[in-house]
Design a protein. Structure first.
Ligand SMILES: *[C@@H]1O[C@H](CO)[C@@H](O)[C@H](O)[C@H]1NC(C)=O
Ligand SMILES: *[C@@H]1O[C@H](CO)[C@@H](O)[C@H](O)[C@H]1NC(C)=O
Ligand SMILES: *[C@@H]1O[C@H](CO)[C@@H](O)[C@H](O)[C@H]1NC(C)=O
Ligand SMILES: *[C@@H]1O[C@H](CO)[C@@H](O)[C@H](O)[C@H]1NC(C)=O
Ligand SMILES: *[C@@H]1O[C@H](CO)[C@@H](O)[C@H](O)[C@H]1NC(C)=O
Ligand SMILES: *[C@@H]1O[C@H](CO)[C@@H](O)[C@H](O)[C@H]1NC(C)=O
Length: 220
């Protein structure tokens, strides 16, 4: 039974990988630039692009359109660091209020309660350890990569698509990873699927249960 279950889940992962690879096969990226002028709704008199609507896209599942909320490293008034995550919404309950976002000072930012330093516009990055370049903020001083987030357009079968997508180092595909802890409840963190993001234990491109998608940026 155990073996069958393992086999089935591996087969499912293989199938979903095959699908995501073929779906993305003809997508190439076009960098829009590294400053806020490359974000939708840029105001050149203030140097700010915002408010921004930053949402999950093209997962082929129920989470398309979900926006991000902070998951602090410590539960309440956490401050220091954390991830920007999406949370499943139980049937009949309201979605959590998404964090306001903008681009200022050349950086994507979320308006967060950072504990003792107060509520402020906090820079967002994709950082962590190799294989875990996670969408978040104030991440501890871990080994590279530590990516500055930029916007890209997608070129599908040679056609430039109108929307802007969040990414870094010419990559806009993110993996969404399910977590469920007693203290935090259920959430998905997003990691950039870059050249060294294979699961360190299995060598597979995706973690168990992980699904892929884009993060679309539009003017709110
Ligand atoms: C802002 O954009 C307008 C219209 O595109 C342009 O005329 C103006 O020179 C720009 N101002 C700055 C400070 O770049
Ligand atoms: C959510 O609840 C409504 C009514 O309360 C029901 O009709 C619907 O099927 C439920 N959806 C899911 C996904 O459970
Ligand atoms: C703007 O960003 C630079 C470098 O990223 C930083 O040194 C500076 O403090 C930032 N300015 C503000 C007002 O946040
Ligand atoms: C990819 O795009 C090329 C044209 O740019 C087209 O000929 C080819 O059929 C496409 N492949 C897939 C798998 O869609
Ligand atoms: C991203 O792609 C552009 C061309 O579209 C290229 O000039 C640039 O060097 C690439 N950057 C990285 C980090 O690969
Ligand atoms: C999440 O974890 C809690 C306990 O930590 C458990 O009661 C709950 O069933 C879990 N939810 C899912 C969907 O597995």
């Amino acid at each position: 039974m155990g073996n069958l279950r393992t086999y089935l889940s591996e087969a499912l992962v293989a199938i979903s990988l095959a699908c995501s690879i073929s779906a993305a096969a003809n997508v190439t990226v076009l960098p829009l630039g590294s400053g806020c002028a490359s974000f939708p709704g840029y105001d050149n008199t203030t140097g700010i692009a915002g408010p921004l609507h930053v949402a999950v896209d093209s997962t082929g599942g129920e989470f398309d359109g979900f926006q991000f909320v902070p998951q602090f490293s410590t539960a309440v008034g956490g401050g220091a660091w954390g991830f920007m995550v999406i949370r499943p919404v139980a049937n009949g309950t309201a979605a959590p209020e998404p964090s306001p976002m903008q681009c200022a000072n050349d950086t994507l930012q979320a308006y967060l309660d950072m504990g003792f330093v107060g509520v402020r516009w906090q820079n967002l990055i994709a950082a962590g350890t190799p294989a875990e370049s996670v969408f978040g903020f104030g991440l501890p001083d871990l080994p590279d990569p530590n990516y500055h987030l930029e916007t890209y357009q997608h070129v599908v079968d040679g056609e430039i698509q109108p929307d802007a997508y969040l990414g870094a180092v010419n990559i806009t595909t993110w993996g969404f990873n399910y977590q469920n802890f007693t203290e935090t409840g259920e959430y998905y963190f997003a990691r950039l699927l870059d050249h060294n993001s294979n699961n360190l234990a299995t060598g597979e491109p995706l973690n168990p249960g992980e699904f892929t998608g884009y993060i679309k940026v539009t003017a709110a």
